[in-house]
Design a protein. Sequence first.
Length: 281
Amino acid sequence: MDLWYTEKHSENVGISLKITGTLFSGKSEFQQLDILETLEYGRMMLLDGLVMVTERDEFIYHDMIVHPALFTHPQPKKVLVIGGGDGGSIREIVKHPTVTEATLCEIDGLVIEKSIELLPSMAAAIDGSNPRVKLHVDDGLAYIREHQDEYDVILVDSTDPIGPAVGLFEEDFYRLVFGALKEDGIMVAQSESPFYHAEIQRDMYRNLRAVYPIVEMYQAFIPTYPSGYWSFAFASKKYHPVSDFNRERAAKRDFYTKYYNEDLHLGAFMLPTFAKENISA
Ligand code: AG3
């Protein structure tokens, strides 16, 4: 018998992966969580039926949500991740020797628990063994309200703007994040697919520009997300991701990144016309 999982990307299009079984399926206070074993992409985590990560292509997303900001900021020390309960972003953050404290604030304790149990290649950094890593099971908005003027970089590693993540795409939230950053801080947020989510992008970038002096979009290729073409918002108080980027420093990094490199850092900010148009108004 053939078993396939399909995430629908529109009424008429979806992505299907052949699976061999279910490792976990359950409902938390916030959402439905499923972890499935696929044939070609390793283990796959779904929240409310949407693909969050697979073991095979998560390196692209996690390299790209972390390294552009951490190689633009000259000395990132305190970094906060909102969402990201799988631990993949924290794994990349702690590769940076300047980082003294990497904090994860995830609303859903079940996502953290099951990731540690079933997705160790991502969650090894959040299993309690790294003294630089702090975990908070809390609502991101509540957390940053209590931590103003504290962080060099804040990453919003959220799901789509439905369910518990809706508030993470709004202007009030971006203002709170602005306040939680130091005077030269940087925020990065996953910003959906330029191909499918033009309206979400328009509102999101409008909200960001109402708060931050520097707002740029950059892109990455992520096979298991809608259209495979994904984006991130770079919102900054002082440093520009292209003109303030220190190529030498990124080139001299002493750790391996399977997707990110100093050439790609610059190339990722060069957008096709339709993507520029999504965020031009
Ligand atoms: N963040 C998920 C991005 C949204 C994917 N959307 C979708 N499949 N419809 C993933 C969190 C990884 N740390």
